[in-house]
Design a protein around this ligand. Sequence first.
Ligand SMILES: *[C@@H]1O[C@H](CO)[C@@H](O)[C@H](O)[C@H]1NC(C)=O
Ligand SMILES: *[C@@H]1O[C@H](CO)[C@@H](O)[C@H](O)[C@H]1NC(C)=O
Ligand SMILES: *[C@@H]1O[C@H](CO)[C@@H](O)[C@H](O)[C@H]1NC(C)=O
Ligand SMILES: *[C@@H]1O[C@H](CO)[C@@H](O)[C@H](O)[C@H]1NC(C)=O
Ligand SMILES: *[C@@H]1O[C@H](CO)[C@@H](O)[C@H](O)[C@H]1NC(C)=O
Ligand SMILES: *[C@@H]1O[C@H](CO)[C@@H](O)[C@H](O)[C@H]1NC(C)=O
Ligand SMILES: *[C@@H]1O[C@H](CO)[C@@H](O)[C@H](O)[C@H]1NC(C)=O
Ligand SMILES: *[C@@H]1O[C@H](CO)[C@@H](O)[C@H](O)[C@H]1NC(C)=O
Ligand SMILES: *[C@@H]1O[C@H](CO)[C@@H](O)[C@H](O)[C@H]1NC(C)=O
Length: 535
Amino acid sequence: MFMAIGLLLWLLLAKGLTSEGSLGVTFSSRLVHSFSEEAKVHLASRGNGSALQSWPERNSSEYLRLLLRSDVTRQRMRLGSQYETLYPSEGGQTFSFGNVLYWLHYAWIDIGTPNVSFLVALDAGSDMLWVPCDCIECASLSAGNYNVLDRDMNLYTPSLSNTSRHLPCGHKLCGEQSSCKGPKDPCPYSVQYASDNTTSSGFLFEDKLHLASDGRHTEQNSVQASIILGCGRKQTGEYLEGASPDGVLGLGPGNISVPSLLAKAGLTQNSFSICLGENESGRIIFGDQGYVTQHSTPFLPINGEFTAYMVGAESFCVGNLCLKETRFQLLIDSGSSFTFLPNEVYQKVVLEFDKQVSATRIILSQTSWDYCYNASSQELINIPPLKLAFSRNQTLLFQNPIFTGFASPEKEYTLFCLPIAPTDYEYATIGQNYLMGYRMVFDRENLRFGWSRWNCQDKASLASPSNGGSPNPLPANQQQSVPNARAVPPAIAGHASAKPSAATAGLISKHSLVSMLLICHLWLLSCCEVYLICV
Ligand SMILES: *[C@@H]1O[C@H](CO)[C@@H](O)[C@H](O)[C@H]1NC(C)=O
Ligand SMILES: *[C@@H]1O[C@H](CO)[C@@H](O)[C@H](O)[C@H]1NC(C)=O
Ligand SMILES: *[C@@H]1O[C@H](CO)[C@@H](O)[C@H](O)[C@H]1NC(C)=O
Ligand SMILES: *[C@@H]1O[C@H](CO)[C@@H](O)[C@H](O)[C@H]1NC(C)=O
Ligand SMILES: *[C@@H]1O[C@H](CO)[C@@H](O)[C@H](O)[C@H]1NC(C)=O
Ligand SMILES: *[C@@H]1O[C@H](CO)[C@@H](O)[C@H](O)[C@H]1NC(C)=O
Ligand SMILES: *[C@@H]1O[C@H](CO)[C@@H](O)[C@H](O)[C@H]1NC(C)=O
Ligand SMILES: *[C@@H]1O[C@H](CO)[C@@H](O)[C@H](O)[C@H]1NC(C)=O
Ligand SMILES: *[C@@H]1O[C@H](CO)[C@@H](O)[C@H](O)[C@H]1NC(C)=O
């Protein structure tokens, strides 16, 4: 049916934002950098004046030098986690099926005993892992309905897994205790995503996630990790239309997310990486801290807390020109198909792009992409490279700055768009289209986002000597967690916000973050009529 209408593009955003009813995921972890202001306050409260005197000013060269020294020290110590890196037992390969599964990136994971496999969407913008289960309302899981899968997807049935247990209401990771009768009751969850009516709800379970490690002696070790997953009994909205039909693997900073639980259990470093291949095939690796030589930039706290993978760009560069006054914050979001810039930055970027590109601008009606072009295939098209500049001369070059996926009716010309849309939010969202071709490291321990070019395939490059970037955790006494953290209790965060809608997204700086999934459908009818609908 989709094909009869024409090319159907799904634009999907998954980001951590506040909305009512998403109480199940308002966990925020208390990762505090050992030289952070918070750790400083904590130390002060313990009356260690001598430590305070030697505390470096934030962002001073001394601070950076100390950071570096502590990393080196940790690499020498080589204590800590049991495994260098772990990946899902089916290999950790990720897949993108384009349109059909909404431009998201997926991986097969195995859960339970005996194990059952699920094709989950990878989402750095939310914390919860949920899979369809004991269904009241779930999407179709038959491969035949999607055309791109070689096997059916599965349901989770807790009663068939002998390692499955209800998470009790009294458990500290149960976020919706207010709707429990007693501490032994099963803990319910309900996650509301940004798209209207797009939710998953059910009960939380503990079970085993099957992982593998290449081990130090080459043979593959299998590892079973206890994780918490949502038994998604009822999905609504886009989840019934074909977006991530077999569940979502939330990779956010929250305590309930799989990377958080693996690190807490001491199985891996508190870090993971995703590589989204330019070939539709990528890789996810838990515990990966990347290369020492990778580019990196710090994660920015939101209200003093590390609740989303937010970083700060100094400038957006078009061609050789790094635009003035284009400093902005951006969310790194593997679960977003395309890229969104705050209005002011957007205006500057598109005008400069338009100035530099050598092709005729055309209007594709009703798309949120305003800068689309028609170039005859005879012309040599000059597309200016696009990159982000971060502090300390760190840059991220977008490997493929334009979108050319339109089914052009004739061969004589090419239609392409600058796949960036404006947003009223005060921060940008960098989606998977601009993250491809990099090993993206979410180093939660050192609170840094790192990146380096990688084809996502060549595993040998992971184990090469240049991979000195697997430092071990600080000794426990340096892993400060701050008392009196200003964490907003989930229930309060939920009730404080108005009705969930895209409009509440602007509240990011005022509330703690929860998952939010904004799904846009981009329909291309015939060659040049495009509709973008965000629900
Ligand atoms: C997350 O875990 C840390 C350490 O285990 C704890 O101090 C913190 O309170 C937790 N955060 C939430 C929101 O539960
Ligand atoms: C105070 O800080 C100093 C310097 O970092 C350290 O050597 C000392 O052990 C600390 N004392 C206490 C009581 O934590
Ligand atoms: C850190 O210092 C550099 C150079 O002094 C400056 O350009 C940058 O904006 C500072 N970053 C922060 C987060 O303060
Ligand atoms: C769980 O099931 C597996 C096989 O599916 C079996 O090997 C194992 O002994 C069972 N464990 C328990 C505790 O029943
Ligand atoms: C999953 O189960 C199948 C058989 O049911 C088995 O061959 C495979 O090794 C299991 N995978 C893991 C990671 O335990
Ligand atoms: C969401 O649900 C409400 C009530 O069920 C309905 O009125 C509204 O049209 C739905 N929105 C979308 C985009 O489906
Ligand atoms: C693109 O340009 C070619 C030749 O200049 C023209 O034939 C074609 O209709 C144009 N297509 C669109 C969508 O504007
Ligand atoms: C950044 O790069 C410029 C030019 O390449 C150079 O002049 C400057 O010293 C560099 N700054 C830092 C902090 O490395
Ligand atoms: C992409 O796939 C093609 C064919 O399967 C292969 O030749 C090429 O090396 C791949 N590129 C990358 C970057 O993996």
